[in-house]
Design a protein around this ligand. Structure first.
Ligand SMILES: [Ca+2]
Length: 462
C-alpha cells in the first residue's frame, strides 16, 4: 500500500486483516448522489465545454497477466507508460476479469452483468443483442461511441472461417457486431489478430492491412476519431481493446530487440506488450495535447490471465483457470479531475463494474434494462470513500463460481482467504461458519436469478 494511507485508513486495514465485518455506507444515494453529480459538473473542462460530461475510455489487453507489468514487479519486462499511469491514478491491486476467457469478460465489460446470465460461456460466444450495452447507455446521454480492436462478441468474419461458436442466425437475424451493439464507429476484428492481419472491419467494410504493430494500428484509428470528437466538443466513449499479447506472439523487430537476450519467444511476447505500453503513452499524451486529459476517465485492464510465457506474478493458475492467476489482472484508472491524488486500493473491482459506474456517473436509467446488474458503481471508491465492497462479485467459468467478498472467497462449497504472501488460497471453512453460511445463501439466491435469466437464452450455439 502507498498513497492515501492515513491513520483512519490504517485502522480500517487492520480491521480488514482481522476479518472484522465493517458496516460502512458504500453507495451514495439520494442527496449524497445528487451532491456528487453536482460536483462532477463543476470539474475542469467538462463544465466549460460539454455540459459536465467526462469522456470515457476503456482500454483492455488480451491475455496480459497480473505480473506482466513492471509496476507489478516483472523482472524482465519494462512498461514505463503503464507504470506512470498507475503512479498517477488509482492502482487496483485486486482487479478481476469476470471470467478467465476472452468473450465472456468482454461481454461483462459492456453489460455489467455476469456472462453466465446470457450464456456467453466461452471464447467465441457472442453477446445477444437483447442485452443492454454501455455504448447504448451513454448514447442516451449524447455521447459519441467508438470500438477499436478485438471484438470477439460475434458478427464479424474472422480468419478462422467464422465468428467462432456464436448464436445461430435464426435466433436473431441481425449480426452482433459493434454497430448493432451501440457503437457509431468501429474498427474491429472478430477475434485475435496480428501484424498485417486483413480481417479488420471498419464500419462493416473490410479494411486493408496497415503498417506497424497491431497496437499502433488500433491507436492510430482511435486517436483520429478521438481528435474529431474533441474538436467537435462532443463527449465520447472509446472502447480500445488491444489484440495483444494473445498468441501467436509476433512483435515488430524494434519492439522485440531490447528483449533479444531472453530468446525469441519471450522477445516477441514482451515486444507485443511494449507496443501496447508505447501506445498507452501515445494516448495519454494525445489527451493532454487535446486538453481533455483532466476530465477523461481512462481505464486500463486485461481480459483474463496469461498463457506462457506470460506472468501472473506468482498467482496460481493462468488463462482458463478459475483462480487468482486466471482472473486477477492489471487494473488502473487515471482521472485527474475526480481522482487527483494517486492511491493504491485492495478493494476488489471487476470488469462488471464499468457499466454501473458509468450509469451512476451520468445518472442514466435505461428503460429496457435487464436486471439484475452484477457490478457496482465504483464512484465512492474513486472518491476514496469505499473501504469494502458492498456486495460480492461472482467470477464464473462453466458451472463453477468463485465468489469474491472482500477478504473472503467461496468456491466449491469451501471458504478461503487468499494469502498474498504465500500466493495461495487458504481454506478457512471450519473457522468462519457464519461467513460460510452468509455467502452460501447469497450464492444460492444468485444462482436462482441466473436460472431465470438463462430461460431467455435456451438456444443452442453453433
Ligand atoms: Ca483473452
Amino acid at each position: 500500500m502507498s498513497g492515501r494511507v492515513d491513520r483512519r485508513e490504517f485502522l480500517k486495514t487492520m480491521a480488514l486483516a482481522a476479518g472484522a465485518a465493517l458496516a460502512l455506507p458504500y453507495v451514495a444515494r439520494g442527496k449524497e448522489a445528487k451532491k456528487r453529480r453536482a460536483a462532477i459538473k463543476g470539474t475542469g473542462r467538462a463544465a466549460a465545454e460539454d455540459g459536465g460530461k467526462p469522456d470515457i475510455i476503456l482500454c483492455m489487453t488480451d491475455d496480459q497477466g497480473w505480473g506482466d507489468t513492471s509496476y507489478n514487479g516483472h523482472p524482465e519486462l519494462k512498461t514505463p507508460n503503464l507504470d506512470a499511469m498507475a503512479a498517477a491514478g488509482i492502482r487496483f491491486d485486486r482487479f478481476y476479469s469476470a471470467h478467465p476467457l476472452c468473450s465472456p469478460t468482454r461481454a461483462s465489460c459492456l453489460t455489467g452483468r455476469s456472462p453466465v446470465r446470457y450464456r456467453c460461456m466461452s471464447w467465441g460466444h457472442d453477446l445477444p443483442l437483447r442485452e443492454v450495452t454501455i455504448a447504448e447507455a451513454v448514447r442516451t446521454a449524447g455521447y459519441a461511441t467508438g470500438h477499436f480492436g478485438k471484438w470477439h462478441l460475434g458478427g464479424i468474419p474472422h480468419a478462422d472461417g467464422g465468428t467462432g461458436r456464436g448464436l445461430p442466425e435464426t435466433f436473431d437475424p441481425k449480426p452482433r457486431h459493434p454497430g448493432n451493439q451501440g457503437f457509431d464507429e468501429w474498427f474491429s476484428a472478430g477475434n485475435w489478430y496480428d501484424i498485417g492481419h486483413e480481417y479488420i472491419y471498419h464500419n462493416g467494410q473490410q479494411a486493408p492491412p496497415r503498417p506497424g504493430d497491431t497496437a499502433d494500428v488500433v491507436m492510430d484509428v482511435a486517436l483520429e476519431w478521438i481528435g474529431r470528437q474533441a474538436a467537435g466538443k462532443k463527449p465520447f466513449l472509446a472502447v480500445i481493446w488491444f489484440p495483444s499479447p494473445h498468441g501467436p506472439h509476433k512483435a515488430t523487430p524494434e519492439d522485440a530487440a531490447p528483449y533479444a537476450k531472453y530468446g525469441k519467444k519471450k522477445a516477441n511476447y514482451y515486444g507485443e506488450i511494449a507496443a501496447v505500453d508505447r501506445n498507452m503513452g501515445r494516448l495519454r499524451k494525445a489527451l493532454r495535447d487535446l486538453k481533455i486529459a483532466g476530465d477523461t476517465m481512462l481505464w486500463f485492464c486485461s481480459d483474463n490471465g496469461p498463457s506462457p510465457p506470460g506472468s501472473t506474478g506468482g498467482l496460481p493458475g493462468g488463462k482458463k483457470w478459475l483462480t487468482e492467476g486466471g482472473t486477477r489482472v492489471p487494473g488502473i484508472l487515471e482521472w485527474p479531475a475526480r481522482a487527483p491524488k494517486p492511491f493504491v486500493t485492495s478493494v476488489p473491482a471487476c470488469t462488471v463494474d464499468f457499466y454501473p459506474t458509468v450509469l451512476d456517473l451520468l445518472d442514466i436509467k435505461m428503460p429496457d434494462q435487464i436486471e439484475p446488474i452484477d457490478g457496482i458503481s465504483l464512484l465512492p471508491l474513486i472518491e476514496g470513500k469505499m473501504d469494502r465492497r458492498p456486495k460480492p462479485v461472482p467470477l464464473v467459468s462453466g458451472q463453477q463460481v468463485r465468489l469474491i467478498d472482500n477478504e473472503y472467497i467461496l468456491q466449491k462449497g469451501r471458504l478461503f482467504r487468499f494469502a498474498e504472501g504465500g500466493r495461495k488460497d487458504v481454506d478457512i471453512t471450519d473457522q468462519e461458519p457464519e461467513v460460510l453460511k452468509r455467502l452460501t445463501a447469497w450464492l444460492d439466491r444468485w444462482r436462482a436469478s441466473v436460472k431465470k435469466d438463462q430461460a431467455f437464452y435456451t438456444v443452442k450455439r453453433r
